[in-house]
Design a protein around this ligand. Structure first.
Ligand code: P6P
Length: 335
């Protein structure tokens, strides 16, 4: 950090982190900077979404069968073009694309990492100006350098993640990411166009007072889930209940609050959707990696999310994630 300034930029921080590993090549730091650049480009568009004809439906639907908002496409394109042009990424997989994209130029084929992302999660909230976000995961490729990456590189379990995190486009724009060294948050300083360290060494409290779930789906919930909701709403002052209920319907926003304030976020299996709604590779693994690095837990209800072996790019899993004590209590009801 430059003694003349009290700000440490994302670039300065990642380079400082690299120095802790004598054998590090700096490629991981470079990818994080690339993602930061792409998200600054996305942020600029998100901020003016209300002003230009970029709101509203794109007319297509993605592999999830969801209406694609024009900003979804813009965000997807921004991430692909920046990562394709970098010298650090062998290929990408996106929630918005049916299949992965292998970069076949020499630089990319000799890159060590692949990146998966949900380019604009929660995009159904764009029209109502609620916070939305980009979620990203960085894996070391398992296929040989010099070759084109394959699907195997993208079907790695979350316990192989090198880094993962999100950018939240909210009242301020923040990047929060985890490596095995911990979780750090960076707030975009528009006057210099840099993400600056604002939340060093973030931790998720073991116990919180907020539960976050789409309670409107209760009619489909299994009995154990219903009993846990009754537990959350029970009038039990000495145990700090009833909890408050908060649900934004944008995972990045609900997870950012859970990380900062403590709490539990749940998108459960239900009678109609045995695997819930959220995607293992684009939402659940990166958020579980980050939450565990902050001292929290991420579970499918039956196993640690990071230990699930992916079988296809867009598979879904139920998710119980957040404060350790609250997730463990929820699992008592649903297991
Ligand atoms: P529901 C947004 O579409 C998303 O993928 C997540 O960001 C969010 O947590 C969830 O779906 C909301 O789903 O069914 O409650 O609207």
């Amino acid at each position: 950090m430059n003694p003349k300034r009290n700000l440490m930029t994302l670039d300065e921080f990642t380079i400082q982190e690299t120095r802790k590993f004598p054998n590090a090549t700096g490629n991981l730091s470079a990818i994080l900077r690339d993602i930061g650049l792409a998200c600054k480009i996305i942020n600029k568009q998100v901020l003016k979404a209300g002003l230009v004809d970029i709101l509203g439906k794109h007319g297509n639907t993605n592999v999830q069968g969801e209406e694609q908002m024009k900003l979804d496409i813009f965000a997807d394109d921004a991430l692909i073009s920046v990562l394709k042009g970098s010298a650090d990424c062998a290929g990408i997989a996106s929630e918005e694309n049916d299949d992965f994209v292998a970069f076949d130029d020499e630089y990319s084929k000799n890159s060590k990492y692949v990146v998966l992302f949900d380019p604009l999660d929660g995009s159904s909230n764009i029209d109502v100006n609620a916070s939305i976000g980009t979620i990203f995961s960085i894996y070391k490729r398992v296929t040989p350098l010099g070759t084109v990456c394959t699907e195997e590189d993208f079907l790695q379990p979350g316990n192989k993640l090198m880094a993962a995190g999100y950018v939240i486009y909210g009242s301020s724009t923040m990047m929060v990411y985890a490596t095995k060294l911990g979780v750090n948050g960076f707030t975009l300083e528009p006057s210099i166009g840099e993400f600056c360290l604002s939340h060093p060494d973030m931790k998720c409290a073991e116990q919180g007072k907020i539960y976050s779930i789409n309670q409107g789906n209760s009619c489909k919930f299994h009995d154990g889930m219903k009993s846990f909701l009754d537990y959350c709403m029970e009038d039990n002052k000495e145990e700090g209940r009833p909890y408050s209920h908060r649900y934004i319907g944008s995972m990045v926003a609900d997870m950012h609050r859970t990380l900062i304030k403590g709490g539990i976020f749940i998108y459960p299996a239900d009678k109609k959707n045995a695997n819930g709604k959220l995607r293992l590779q684009y939402e659940c693994n990166p958020m579980s990696f980050l939450m565990e690095a902050a001292g929290g837990i991420g579970s499918t209800g039956t196993e640690r999310i990071l230990d699930v072996t992916p079988t296809e790019l867009h598979q879904r899993v139920p998710i119980y994630i957040g404060s350790k004590n609250m997730v463990e209590k929820a699992l008592e009801f649903v297991k």
